[in-house]
Design a protein around this ligand. Structure first.
Ligand SMILES: Nc1nc(=O)n([C@H]2C[C@H](O)[C@@H](COP(=O)(O)O)O2)cc1CO
Ligand SMILES: [Zn+2]
Length: 162
């Protein structure tokens, strides 16, 4: 009788891998973010990446970051991956679920995460940790009892022929 294979990916690699795969759909030239929401029983409930709302053309809206006029920058228009993952969910409740996300959530997404009942965040990168948005985000997540944990990179590389 043959044994089961042993080099299968872990739950964490699976869910963070899906978050990274989602981020690859982003049209943002500077930062691509992906999120994956998982039930307490390890079922994937939803995914999202940072992008424009439906009907707002990727080719017509701006992708700038540093224009003086904020209307000419992307920030007023892009929906963050975390909010998209929450909004993409078409099932019942996200109460008690976990979110895997490639970049630490901002204050706006933290509010949505808290209000959706998500109780744990696993994040890969925290490159904006010293910004007010992330400081405020952590303040709210702490107050609401949402646990956040840094993803531990396993070193595994996955190549997929598409
Ligand atoms: N947690 C996050 N999730 C996201 O989806 N984003 C998105 C918004 C922008 O489209 C992009 C950040 O652009 P930049 O400032 O690094 O050029 O990533 C940003 C953050 C940061 O808080
Ligand atoms: Zn956000």
């Amino acid at each position: 009788m043959s044994e089961k294979r042993e080099d299968y990916i872990s739950w964490d690699e699976y869910f963070m891998g899906v978050a990274y795969l989602s981020s690859m759909r982003s049209k943002d030239p500077n930062t691509q973010v992906g999120a994956c929401i998982v039930s307490p029983k390890n079922k994937i409930l939803s995914m999202g990446y940072n992008g424009l709302p439906i009907g707002c053309s990727d080719d017509e809206f701006p992708w700038n970051r540093v224009e003086k006029d904020p209307v000419l920058n992307k920030y007023f228009y892009t929906t963050h991956s975390e909010l998209n993952a929450i909004l993409n969910y078409r099932g019942g409740s996200l109460e008690g679920s976990k979110m895997y996300v490639t970049l630490f959530p901002c204050n706006e997404c933290a509010k949505a995460i808290i209000q959706a009942g998500i109780t744990k965040i696993v994040y890969a990168d925290d490159k904006y940790d010293d910004t007010p948005a992330v400081v405020a985000s952590k303040k709210m997540l702490d107050a609401a009892g949402v646990v956040y944990e840094k993803y531990e990179f396993s070193g595994r590389k996955i190549e997929i022929d598409l």
